[in-house]
Design a protein around this ligand. Structure first.
Ligand SMILES: O=C[C@H](O)[C@@H](O)CC(=O)C(=O)O
Ligand SMILES: [Zn+2]
Length: 280
């Protein structure tokens, strides 16, 4: 398993492009009939991708629960959230088949012994983007269809940031131990996400960028507000943002991304807003 031990604010200032990418960038998220897995020591979040095409795929496929997590199965002491950005799919959770169609999310509680994913049509495979984090109790297994998410329309075309924030795993929808998750879609002509930028000292956040056409990219900005660096993101790539880091991107075109947070609280609005004029 790919393990990231993370870095502090001071060494961050001196990191090269390669070092930044090795530490924070997650590539090859979706591999046919396989599961990718990156363990970050930032709040112990694990970022995974599962793209079942011809097979029914067990999320533990590339995991040794005892060696990697010191438990007997992945979710013994963890909760899981996933959003399917591909074709319609099915999750099989401890034997129960659950439809998780395009743009639907699923929350799987701590204590779940087995999670399998499959696609309804191998010509249009499902793509399950997954986050898991340490948990202390089991909340109910919940499907959050796209229609049930909270849809927040924000920004304006004049500021190049007209977008819809779709909150799926959010306190107003369901309880979780620490996971929050949602999907933000930018309108054509809008390229900036999360501007004005913010940090949230109490939570870390992973961004997963997709719907980026070939030969286009998103410049993801991170680092302390007065020490920003960028990572150039291509399609289906994720980036780990520690709590002290801003996380904001500008694309060469519009795009979509999934954000996921874990840490101290789940209050979405507990953000430390920054003045754009103070960014460096
Ligand atoms: O803490 C919240 C997260 O950074 C994102 O939800 C922000 C976002 O999707 C956006 O402004 O476009
Ligand atoms: Zn944030």
């Amino acid at each position: 398993m790919d393990i990231r031990y993370s870095t502090g604010k001071e060494p961050f200032k001196r990191m090269t492009t390669e070092e930044l990418r090795e530490e924070f960038l997650i590539q090859n998220v979706f591999v046919k009939d396989d599961v990718s897995c990156v363990y970050s020591h930032v709040d112990r979040i694990v970022t995974m991708g599962c793209m079942p095409v011809d097979e029914t795929v067990n999320i533990e496929k590339n995991i040794d629960p005892w060696k990697n997590f010191g438990v007997h199965y992945l979710l013994e002491r963890r909760e899981l959230g996933t959003i399917n950005i591909g074709g319609d799919g099915v999750a099989i959770v401890d034997g129960e088949e659950i439809n998780v169609n395009h743009y639907d999310a699923l929350y799987v509680p701590m204590g779940t012994k087995e999670v399998l994913f499959k696609s309804k049509d191998s010509k249009e495979p499902a793509k399950f983007y997954i986050l898991t984090a340490p948990a202390h109790r089991a909340y109910p297994l919940t499907v959050i269809p796209y229609e049930k998410a909270i849809h927040k329309h924000l920004g304006k075309l004049e500021d190049s940031n007209e977008r819809t924030i779709n909150q799926y795993i959010h306190p107003d929808i369901l309880d979780t131990c620490q996971l929050s998750m949602g999907l933000t879609h930018l309108e054509p002509g809008s390229v900036w996400n999360t501007m004005p930028a913010h940090t949230h000292e109490r939570r870390m956040e992973v961004y997963f960028y997709f719907d980026i056409p070939e030969n286009q990219a998103v410049f993801h900005f991170m680092g302390e507000p007065n020490q920003t660096r960028h990572i150039v993101m291509h399609n289906d790539e994720a980036v780990i943002n520690p709590s002290w880091s801003i996380h904001s991107g500008c694309g060469t075109t519009n795009y979509t991304f999934i954000w996921g947070m874990v840490g101290e609280n789940r209050a979405y609005d507990d953000q430390d807003w920054l003045k754009t004029e103070d960014l460096r």
